[in-house]
Design a protein around this ligand. Structure first.
Ligand SMILES: Cc1cc2nc3c(=O)[nH]c(=O)nc-3n(C[C@H](O)[C@H](O)[C@H](O)COP(=O)(O)OP(=O)(O)OC[C@H]3O[C@@H](n4cnc5c(N)ncnc54)[C@H](O)[C@@H]3O)c2cc1C
Ligand code: SF4
Length: 552
């Protein structure tokens, strides 16, 4: 059996299956119970651990870091899909699709300690100032109840926690107070080709902030260029949330894996009293705590609140507004690519090094904010080409020489406006491996985003043609797809009738329950969400700490 084949499904055998002695019983006298060990939950736990007794419950397994090379090998083999790499799928992760647009949920998340950062790309930028005031500035969606200024110090802290390599060379970025913790990665070879075309067209390029080490940082090595960042970085150079899970544990937090929370219980005083969770041996337990932070991601968070319906809250917990699950958003992909009659050296770098935010703040009611990215991995890599053929020796070498080397492409992300008919509900007649209704995705996008994709495509094609490329494909409105950023389903609002959490991310309805997730975003902007998730999580931890001290 090859190394790749020996990687478990993440739910059995060596990773906590039968025979392994793991204590999954509740922690007595816990101060804080965190549901979910992705970046949001891990950062909350790390920030509070030491001063508070913290327990983290995660639905998925712990993955052994020693298996990462085998997972990387599995990831590059054509017959494995992305969910196979981290054992996502099956009844545990079943879901339904009922909206206008199909949503490939199990490609878009990892259920396990570390959450989706285990196979994320690691681009981390701050939202723009207008993103917080979209209603006022752009006439779309509500304003957030907080401003960029409220989050600005937390953004700086989040950049230090995750370890961000970046430069202050982006004239369109919101104001920042200090340099990034590490220098930016050098522009790639193909960036230098793009730079000539962009200069001719008056289009600005700048570096991309990356949560990956450009130099040794936080006891983790610098990037060594494996190029498989999505879905596995074997070196640890790419940040993932196991960094903060382990740090929280070192400070005394308890982390329980394979412990899906099935419902939250409450008392008659609008306080959550316990998280009811299952364990692999079929037991159910109640984890009591003084405060609860739900950090189960943008789909499972509303699902858990809906599963927690009771006589007092028949429409689900924290759902006095009726908005739990509504306004599901993702960023839409816009792209174009082709070939050049010269070498472009793709797939040497597994992430973006240059981007363009020049058109972002032109957004209004008709045009969504969007950003552009310059691909470093256009076209298949030699490894992918070799693995998908049935030739050997000289014919294989000839095919690789002919097919590899001159691809070039651009990508981009576009904001989706919030819509009540784009939402997560509970499926009527499908349940998971514990008998709980699975999430039903109803993803509906809207014309503003689709029109903006066309605008992004125009610019991309113009740049590629200036470069002299033969444009062979365009991912326009008919070929777009999600960026795997789950936002909006427990939105933040000042008014309890308009949203699920307040400006501190504490639920309007329950005094001791917070939500740490991009599910609280009222609008999505077009920047990748995780730095904002991290900044909000640190802010949640401070609020939990302050309220526990006050006894409120
Ligand atoms: C392929 C890919 C590439 C990406 N690239 C980027 C990028 O470049 N930049 C960026 O900003 N973002 C990126 N993202 C998105 C990023 O991964 C997410 O924004 C981020 O991980 C969300 O963090 P979270 O902690 O809110 O949720 P998650 O990471 O989803 O973690 C939620 C955790 O909760 C657990 N859980 C779920 N339900 C329960 C339950 N009932 N009980 C207990 N535990 C539960 C899950 O097991 C999981 O560990 C990417 C995502 C994917 C899939
Ligand atoms: S390119 Fe760097 S970050 Fe990506 S997988 Fe390799 S070492 Fe990790």
């Amino acid at each position: 059996m090859s190394g790749a084949e020996s990687v478990g499904d993440g739910r059995s055998g060596a990773e906590g299956g039968a025979g392994e002695e793991v204590d999954r019983t509740p922690v007595p006298d816990a101060d804080v119970c965190v549901v979910g060990a992705g970046p949001a939950g891990a950062l909350v736990a790390d920030r509070l651990a030491g001063d508070r007794d913290v327990v983290v419950l995660d639905a998925g397994p712990r993955f052994d870091p020693a298996d990462r090379l085998a997972r990387q090998e599995r990831a590059i083999r054509p017959f494995y899909g992305r969910p196979d790499v981290w054992g996502v799928g099956g009844a545990r992760d079943a879901h339904e699709n009922a909206g206008d647009w199909f949503y490939p949920l199990n490609h878009a998340r990892v259920k396990g300690v570390g959450g989706s950062t285990l196979h994320w790309q690691g681009m981390v930028m701050r939202l723009h100032e207008d993103d917080f005031n979209s209603g006022t500035e752009r006439g779309v969606g509500p304003d957030w109840p907080i401003d960029y200024a409220d989050l600005r110090p937390y953004y700086a802290e989040a950049e230090k926690e995750l370890g961000v390599a970046g430069a202050s060379d982006n004239p369109y970025a919101p104001p920042r107070e200090e340099p990034h913790p590490m220098p930016a990665f050098e522009p790639s070879y193909s960036d230098s080709l793009f730079a000539e075309a962009c200069e001719e067209l008056g289009i600005d390029m700048h570096s991309v902030p990356n949560a990956r080490n450009s130099e040794p940082y936080d006891d983790r090595s610098p990037c060594v260029g494996y190029g498989t960042c999505q879905p596995v970085c074997p070196s640890g150079a790419k940040y993932d949330a196991t960094v903060h899970v382990e740090r929280a544990e070192e400070k005394g937090a308890t982390v329980v894996d394979r412990a899906p929370v099935e419902r939250l219980e409450h008392d008659g005083d609008d306080r959550v009293t316990a998280a009811v969770y299952a364990t692999p041996d079929g037991e159910r337990h109640r984890q009591e705590a003084d405060a609860f932070v739900v950090a189960a991601g943008g789909v499972e968070t509303p699902r858990l609140l809906l599963l927690s319906a009771s006589d007092r809250y028949p429409d689900g917990l924290a759902n006095g507004s009726g908005h739990v699950g509504e306004f599901f958003m993702d960023h839409l992909f816009a792209g174009a690519g082709g070939t050049l009659d010269e070498e472009t050296r793709q797939n040497h770098v597994g992430f973006y090094t240059s981007a363009c935010d020049q058109f972002y703040d032109e957004a209004d009611a008709e045009q969504a904010p969007f950003k552009l990215e310059f691909f470093n991995y256009a076209g298949p890599s030699p490894v992918e080409m070799a693995l998908t053929g049935d030739d050997w020796g000289d014919p294989l070498l000839e095919r690789l020489r002919d097919g590899y080397g001159n691809h070039i492409a651009m990508g981009g992300l576009v904001e989706q406006a919030p819509r009540a008919d784009s939402r997560i509900t509970l499926a009527d007649d499908r349940t998971d491996d514990r008998g709980n209704p699975v999430p039903q995705m109803e993803w509906t996008v809207g014309d503003r985003a689709l029109d903006t994709i066309e605008r992004a495509n125009e610019i991309q094609v113009e740049i590629l043609e200036e470069l002299g490329a033969d444009v062979e494909w365009v991912a326009g409105p008919d070929a777009t797809g999600p960026a795997y950023h789950h936002m909006g389903t427990t939105r933040m609002s000042d008014d309890p009738d308009s949203g699920v959490v307040d400006a501190d991310c504490r639920t309007h309805d329950l005094d001791n329950c917070w939500i740490a997730s991009s599910s609280v975003f009222p609008t999505s902007g077009a920047m990748n969400p995780t730095l904002t998730i991290a900044a909000l999580a640190l802010r949640v931890a401070d609020d939990v700490d302050a309220r526990l001290s006050e006894g409120t």
